[in-house]
Ligand binder design. Structure first.
Ligand code: SF4
Ligand code: SF4
Length: 65
């Protein structure tokens, strides 16, 4: 399993879906049209979603923190 994992700050997320389109692992879904949700088993911690997010709502962190 990857060492890093994307984490969404749901209070900042505007559910635009940009992160979902960027993710090479199809690890992101937009939960009920409200906010982005990351599948921790699929995420490899690449950070592409965080770079693309216009709201700065995603941080990539070490797992287990
Ligand atoms: S860090 Fe990479 S693999 Fe994980 S959700 Fe973001 S784009 Fe997808
Ligand atoms: S790109 Fe950012 S604001 Fe847009 S759905 Fe993803 S986490 Fe939310």
């Amino acid at each position: 399993m990857a060492k890093r994992l994307a984490n969404v700050d749901t209070s900042r997320c505007v559910a635009c879906g940009v992160c979902r389109l960027q993710c090479p692992k199809e690890a992101i879904t937009i939960y009920k049209g409200c906010y982005a949700m990351v599948d921790s088993e699929k995420c490899v911690g690449c950070g592409l979603c965080a770079k693309a997010c216009p709201a700065g709502a995603i941080n990539v962190m070490e797992r287990g923190q």
